[in-house]
Design a binder for this molecule. Sequence first.
Ligand SMILES: NC(=O)c1ccc[n+]([C@@H]2O[C@H](COP(=O)([O-])OP(=O)(O)OC[C@H]3O[C@@H](n4cnc5c(N)ncnc54)[C@H](O)[C@@H]3O)[C@@H](O)[C@H]2O)c1
Ligand SMILES: O=c1ccn([C@@H]2O[C@H](COP(=O)(O)OP(=O)(O)O[C@H]3O[C@H](CO)[C@H](O)[C@H](O)[C@H]3O)[C@@H](O)[C@H]2O)c(=O)[nH]1
Length: 330
Amino acid sequence: MKILVTGGAGYIGSHVVKALGLEGHELLVYDNLSTGHEWAVMYGTLVKGDLEDRALLEKVFREFRPDAVMHFAASIQVEESVRRPLLYYGNNTAGTLNLLDVMVRTGVRCLVHSSTAAVYGIPDVVPVAETAPLAPINPYGSSKAMVEKILADLALAEDFRYVAIRYFNVAGADVACRLGQAYREATHLITRALKTAHGQYERLQIFGTDYQTPDGTCIRDYIHVDDLAAAHVLALDYLTEGGASEIVNCGYGHGFSVREVIEAVAHVTGTPFPVEETGRRPGDPPALVADSSKLRSLMKWEPQYDNLDFIIRTAWEWELALKRRESCAA
Ligand SMILES: NC(=O)c1ccc[n+]([C@@H]2O[C@H](COP(=O)([O-])OP(=O)(O)OC[C@H]3O[C@@H](n4cnc5c(N)ncnc54)[C@H](O)[C@@H]3O)[C@@H](O)[C@H]2O)c1
Ligand SMILES: O=c1ccn([C@@H]2O[C@H](COP(=O)(O)OP(=O)(O)O[C@H]3O[C@H](CO)[C@H](O)[C@H](O)[C@H]3O)[C@@H](O)[C@H]2O)c(=O)[nH]1
């Protein structure tokens, strides 16, 4: 199949491009390279373009004529979204509207969409199922919840089907160490902790120790990026086989606190590092853990890397490879 992948030069998108390429699909990656990298696109053609550029987007759709779209392009940081809400509504909500408009006008009817656990806000029940109410507590989550609503309305109005996958906390790197997170500044917990262990940062801050959790720090469901990539391939197969529109959670179903992650990073790297306890980060819910039984039963998703130490080890090996790459380039 011909698949157009927005944001395919980014962290998660590049792992999905790898998985789709291995399946033999023909790929076109549409990415503005704001946080993504040309070297991360292992398969297909890269077109540098922005979701805002509707004319270019439409030209690319008319020339490539995709059978389906996978949509990763977005702004992704919870804390930044609290400071810069318009950036998030613009890039994530309005940007997706542009994409959907072009899809409808060029007759492309299948979409796999990156949604997020942040749409739940502070769920009453954890692990949280897809049926839980949407009550985002930060603009990032709201920008994605709005897209879900737009998708539902569009699927009613048009011959259009989608799978929205609500990812929990994506972590780790390609097991063959060719891909991984590569941002100028790390904000995600595991990457930030690894870079601190490596000496890039003086200390790791724990954002909040007074949450209603067993050790007072936030709990998240950390899922290996290649397991998430596999879920995308399954979602595409599901749509291709005529499956109806669906929303599915993707996580392992158990969480780790910030303190537990820090301990695991120190253990895997063999390098204890300075930690500072500080105040809460705006927009953070106390605990997010997935009930992914729907993804497992409907799409036969069977994760392979449900092991925090393994996830951290792949990210650590990638971090060391990235440092070697940077020092060769310097
Ligand atoms: N990382 C996580 O833990 C996580 C969790 C839940 C959901 N998600 C979602 O997964 C998707 C991918 O996230 P990621 O972690 O790979 O982030 P990322 O920043 O690595 O990837 C985003 C990619 O989109 C591109 N991009 C951004 N805005 C664009 C625009 N306007 N036009 C064209 N390209 C644009 C960037 O250059 C980048 O390559 C996002 O939609 C994000 O909301 C991520
Ligand atoms: O230096 C740090 C970084 C993070 N944290 C804490 O670690 C936890 C995880 O934070 P991340 O920044 O790694 O991830 P988030 O949970 O904020 O968000 C991630 O997962 C969400 C879904 O759960 C979203 O989709 C989002 O895109 C993605 O970045 C949070 O409690 C955060 O406060 C720290 O204590 N110190």
